[in-house]
Design a protein around this ligand. Structure first.
Ligand SMILES: Nc1ncnc2c1ncn2[C@@H]1O[C@H](COP(=O)(O)OP(=O)(O)OP(=O)(O)O)[C@@H](O)[C@H]1O
Ligand SMILES: [Mg+2]
Length: 283
């Protein structure tokens, strides 16, 4: 097997690993709305049964029986609760659909051609997929500026952001411990010159300055076996630097937090060039 193919398969395995680790949490995220959708539908079925009973009495022209049936089922209660239950059910289905959509965006094999990508959409999908990892330790804030489409492999950027957000959640988890307090993870995007910039900032434990030069090393981890293999940042760096000619850097203050910054060339020049090439080819 040639080296490029080997690397690509390794990347694929690492991606599957990190999504796999989130699977239980995502299943839980989906299960909660599914459960109340189920409860609501059972209630609605019962309510519909009650209402058809009343309707039947009215149709039979038996107004005494109809009034009795109305009183028995507490029609005021149904009139108030049924629309509520319908609204909640639709909301629950929307939530599940949102999670599934975000996961599908992650299903991209990542070997496709580069294409123009809305990085803010990538940020939103990542935060949905990482939500189960994040929400018990941190509040998430986003500050997403208007960005031009960025020429990139969307699967790669999903993966990099996921690794950064999960790292941020772990760092915040280490800082808040069992206090029950929540830290903050802030994801910001902005355009700067010909670059799109993404910051992932956390109020976590920070990085020991004596170890800072090692964090991008493959297999460097400060986490216990089972919770980290030390591949997240090495993979992120290879995806951003080697595959996108971008950069990934960080600044950190032990005890206060860390901000990772990803810079990606927007690639308009390349895109325009390609268009021009196409235009010339068509002439
Ligand atoms: N936001 C952060 N705050 C504090 N330390 C961090 C942060 N991000 C990374 N680190 C440090 O860098 C190390 C390497 O990170 P990396 O993502 O490569 O591996 P990992 O998270 O330990 O394991 P994996 O990502 O493979 O599950 C971490 O173990 C941690 O010590
Ligand atoms: Mg990691």
């Amino acid at each position: 097997m040639d080296r490029a193919r080997q690397e690509s398969e390794l990347r694929q395995i690492q991606k599957m690993e990190s999504v796999g680790r989130l699977a239980a949490g995502i299943a839980h995220e989906i299960n909660t709305p599914i459960q109340f959708v189920g409860d609501n539908l059972r209630f609605l079925a019962e309510a519909f049964g009650d209402l058809t009973g009343i309707l039947a009495a009215y149709r039979a022209g038996d107004s005494a029986a109809a009034a009795a049936a109305e009183a028995e089922v507490d029609i005021e209660f149904l009139l108030a609760e049924v629309p509520e239950a319908l609204g909640q059910t639709v909301g629950g289905i929307d939530r599940v659909a949102g999670i599934v959509r975000a996961m599908k965006a992650f299903g991209h094999p990542g070997e496709e051609e580069k294409a123009p990508v809305d990085l803010n959409e990538v940020v939103r999908n990542t935060l949905v997929v990482a939500s189960s990892e994040v929400k018990y330790v941190a509040e998430v804030e986003t500050d997403l500026a208007e960005l031009p489409p960025v020429w990139c492999h969307v699967g790669d950027i999903n993966q990099v952001l996921l690794n950064l957000v999960v790292n941020a959640a772990h760092a915040v988890g280490a800082a808040v411990g069992a206090t029950g307090e929540l830290g903050t993870i802030t994801v910001r995007t902005r355009a700067e010159g010909d670059e799109a910039v993404i910051d992932v900032a956390d109020t976590g434990c920070g990085i020991d300055p004596r170890l800072a030069h090692r964090v991008f090393e493959p297999f460097f981890t400060t986490k216990q076996a089972g919770s980290g293999t030390g591949q997240g940042l090495a993979l992120a760096s290879s995806l951003i630097v080697d595959r996108h000619s971008g950069s990934i850097t960080f600044s950190s203050e032990p005890g206060a937090g860390t901000t990772f910054t990803v810079r990606l060339p927007v690639g308009v020049a390349v895109a325009r060039g390609a268009e021009r090439g196409l235009a010339e080819a068509l002439v």
